[in-house]
Write a protein that binds this ligand. Structure first.
Ligand SMILES: [Zn+2]
Length: 478
């Protein structure tokens, strides 16, 4: 989708009430911009992000960052707020909060964090921006500014922070400086996010000094390379005052060594193995092992195995998986990789046998559920694949990837109505109602399905069309 179309859509998507009659700072939580509206705005932005190339939909990475983020959010002052964390494929060290509790985490942030506490410190800070309602206040402050509408603000926020397209956003809205001025939280907001973020970090059992350590290292790196400060530093200009502030707060804390979780180490290694050119990744992990220079031996073997899988060196990948198993307790992340290696080297039957076993030990682990269903499909067993997917859909109903798998199963079974219906349900969960209605239309025209299935699909189509029309009407009123 072109930038202009996208901006137009965002403009249409923002409820009118956001743009006018906004109360003064401080009253935002009570009137004008309700948490529900904030969530809706966030969901609209998320729909675009999910369709963006930079959206990194890795089940294991996403599950990890959500587990960590929710563990932190549970210790925040407003534990009722819903959060959804997602990954953005971008080497820049950055994280950003959208309206409604959606928090984007750049893969570059995870890769550059030297400890889980460092990663947690940045997440805590972003969580604090949300729970302290800084975004609502930021939007509220726009009321007297004619130059930038709220939607433009949201779009620029997304584009400049998530997709690294600050230049394009600037071209659309005027100078980059103007956008930056609009997008930055106030100094007071930043201080509050530091303070509250620190409390969250500590209550969740992480090292409270990690924030200062991480910021200092980022600043050193910036000084060395000078060009292109990490974007997190650009949006969070680091002053000596700010470091001193953080250090003052932790001065009295006793020294606490907080070990990293195995998941942190493995997910970090996975991102490096998947995102770097394979040869570079192999060289990186190999030299880590020979020089014994690593944060985690297990993760280094794991990363090497993943990198070797990418270049189809299955025998060595297999050996490295065995090496991981020798040094750490059993982990679904390791088993998933073991099954991927088994499948790539031994074919669908070998993969299937492995995923089946793994699913007995980790029945609710997403990557294993997907892997097992996919292996059934590759082995020419769509019925069995469908059973795996539908078993999971009984308890999880908001996962669009399950519906995409379901659609593949029905396609393999030549059940066209059911295929389009599953595809439609996937679109609904991705926020694309128009696409969902189109899928149901295709399904109804496919000449497939019995009376009951047809009338059920028809009533679902009517329901979704009504919702879609409602949304479009709402947008036209702006
Ligand atoms: Zn901040």
């Amino acid at each position: 989708m072109s930038l202009r179309v996208f901006l137009l859509l965002l403009l249409l998507a923002v409820p009118r009430v956001l743009a006018e009659g906004l109360p003064d700072l401080g009253d935002v939580a009570q009137a004008g911009f309700t948490p529900l509206q904030e969530r809706k705005l966030g969901e609209n932005i998320m729909r675009e992000i999910r369709a963006d190339r930079s959206f990194y939909d890795d089940a294991e990475g996403t599950d990890y960052i959500n587990a960590l983020g929710n563990r932190l959010a549970a210790k925040s002052p407003d534990a009722r707020q819903d959060f959804e964390f997602f990954l953005i494929r971008d080497p820049q060290i950055n994280a950003f909060a959208l309206p409604g509790g959606f928090i984007g985490v750049h893969t570059g942030l995870i890769l550059s964090a030297q400890s889980e506490s460092e990663l947690a410190s940045v997440l805590s800070h972003e969580i604090a921006h949300v729970t302290q309602r800084h975004i609502a206040r930021m939007i509220a402050q726009q009321k007297n500014n004619q130059a930038l509408s709220i939607a433009a603000l949201a779009a620029a926020l997304l584009l400049s922070r998530a997709s690294g397209q600050a230049a394009e956003a600037a071209a659309a809205f005027g100078s980059a400086g103007a956008i930056q001025g609009q997008l930055n939280f106030t100094r007071a907001n930043e201080q509050e996010a530091d303070r509250v973020g620190m409390q969250i970090l500590e209550r969740a059992g992480f090292d409270p000094r990690a924030m200062a350590t991480f910021f200092e290292r980022m600043q050193r790196a910036t000084r060395i390379y000078e060009t292109g400060a990490p974007s997190y530093l650009r949006t969070h200009p680091l002053t000596y005052e700010r470091i001193a502030d953080i250090q003052n707060r932790i001065r009295d804390g006793s020294y606490r060594q907080v070990p990293d979780s195995l998941e942190f180490q493995l997910v970090r290694a996975k991102l490096k193995a998947q995102l770097d050119p394979p040869d570079e990744a192999i060289a990186f992990f190999e030299s880590g092992l020979t020089e014994r220079r690593f944060l985690s031996e297990a993760a280094t073997h794991y990363g090497l195995a993943r990198s070797l899988l990418r270049v189809k060196n299955y025998a060595r990948a297999q050996k490295e998986v065995e090496a991981v198993r020798k040094v750490v307790p059993a982990s679904p992340i390791v088993e998933t990789l073991a099954c991927e290696v088994a499948q790539a080297s031994g074919g669908p039957a070998a993969g299937l046998a492995c995923f089946r076993n793994a699913s007995k030990i980790y029945p609710s682990y997403r990557a294993i559920v997907y892997g097992q269903a996919n292996a059934h499909l590759l082995a020419g067993q769509p019925d069995a694949a469908l059973k795996v997917v539908e078993e999971r859909l009984r308890s999880i109903t908001d996962d669009y990837r399950l519906y995409l798998l379901q659609a593949r199963c029905y396609a393999a079974l030549n059940k066209h109505l059911a295929q389009h219906r599953a595809q439609a349900e996937a679109y609904v969960r991705m926020g694309n109602l128009t696409g969902a209605v189109e899928q149901l239309q295709l399904g109804l025209k496919s000449g497939d399905g019995d009376f009951y299935q047809l009338s059920s699909a028809e009533s679902r189509m009517r329901e979704l069309r009504r919702l879609d029309d409602e949304q479009k009407r709402e947008a036209r009123k702006q």
